[in-house]
Design a binder for this molecule. Structure first.
Ligand code: KG4
Ligand code: ZN
Length: 335
């Protein structure tokens, strides 16, 4: 019998400090997440300098907790996988430095993980039978991409956003409406209570080149809100949330389905923080069913930033001897 492979994953690209132990790429033994949301809420968004300092305080206790919950010793770890980009540079550096120190002290390989590929790998933990090839929609606060996953180590970008990420648009619309950070979950809740009867701008349609763009819709919502405020009219916040959600999600799903049809792929996965959005989950499920595409949607805790997804992604690099980094590994804010 082959020896089990235990990977320690570390994630610190934004405002979650996380460490996890994953066995053989699929079995999550622990996934500890220290969120800084309460710290940043009063500023209405993540303050990079404050986030970096809090990662520094949290990272080693979180690693210890992940090992203890996994019930394994440090000596059983076969490799340390860490997010080295994309993300906030001061935040990434904390995870990368901790991972280097641990890999060096334990005498095991250090594996560099691309955060977006990590989000996709969350699906390998959630669905033990899932195998590539498939098409992935990564919708998060920093990215909106469609990626063809040809095998465990080949990721081909097909589409990305030309401007704002979808989560960024949710957060900015929430901010202008005075809703607390992070805005995405708040808009999600309120959208369910409102009517999608407001037209902020002409309908968005999937572009021929399949690229995304969310800044036009975001600006249209911001202008709509400013106009009403200037006229002293009452804001129907739930209706604004419902209308914005319907437009943003409809457009996101239409583009993805067009892409899946063009590439003739019959399996799809959803990933990234915005994958927790109930309208996106429902609409994509319905559209994929209509087109005969089998869709995998991870549970919300694996959609937002976590280290289990990083450990899973790192496992597939490790077993093929790929993405092994030296102690000179640097964090990269834009990958
Ligand atoms: O993947 P993630 O945790 O961090 C990044 O890598 O960006 O995603 C965070 C983003 C934020 O913009 C947050 O507002 C959004 O995901 N988000 C949601 C929901 N839950 C989180 N957006 C819409 N609806 C949700 N339920
Ligand atoms: Zn993320």
């Amino acid at each position: 019998m082959e020896k089990d492979v235990y990977i320690l994953g570390i994630e610190s690209s934004c405002d979650e400090t996380s460490a996890a132990v994953v066995k053989n790429g699929r079995e999550m033994l622990s996934n500890v997440i220290a969120s800084q949301i309460d710290i940043h809420r009063r500023f209405g968004g993540v303050v990079p300098e404050i986030a970096g300092r809090n990662h520094l305080l949290a990272v080693m206790p979180v690693v210890d907790e992940a090992l203890s919950r996994a019930g394994i010793t440090k000596e059983q770890i076969c490799a340390v996988a860490v997010t080295y980009g994309a993300g906030l540079i001061g935040c990434l550096l904390v995870g990368v430095s901790a991972a280097k120190a641990l890999a060096y002290a334990l005498g095991v390989p250090l594996i560099k993980v691309n955060h977006i590929q990590g989000h996709i790998a969350a699906n390998f933990i959630a669905f033990d039978k899932l195998e590539p090839p498939f098409l992935a929609l990564v919708a998060s606060g920093g990215h909106t991409s469609i990626i063809r996953v040809e095998n465990y180590n080949t990721f081909v970008p097909v589409s990305a956003t030309m401007d704002d990420a979808i989560g960024e648009a949710f957060d900015k619309v929430a901010r202008i409406l005075g809703l607390p950070y992070p805005g995405g979950p708040e808009i999600d809740k309120r959208a369910k209570l409102g009517n999608a009867n407001i037209k902020f701008c002409p309908n968005l349609h999937a572009r021929a080149d399949l690229a995304y763009s969310f800044s036009g819709l975001k600006t249209a919502v911001v202008n709509y809100v400013h106009n009403l405020r200037q006229r002293g009219e009452e804001l129907q916040i739930n209706d604004i949330c419902a209308s914005f959600t319907a437009e943003a999600i409809g457009y996101t799903v239409d583009t993805f389905i067009k892409c899946a049809t063009e590439y003739g792929l019959k399996q799809a996965v959803l990933a990234g923080g915005v994958a927790a959005n109930s309208a996106l989950r429902a609409r994509l499920t319905e559209q994929c069913e209509n087109c005969g595409i089998k869709l995998f949607v991870p549970p919300p805790v694996l959609c937002t930033d976590n280290a289990a997804m990083i450990a899973s992604r790192g496992y597939y690099s490790f077993i093929e001897g790929k993405d092994i980094a030296g102690l000179d590994l640097n964090a990269v804010s834009n990958l």
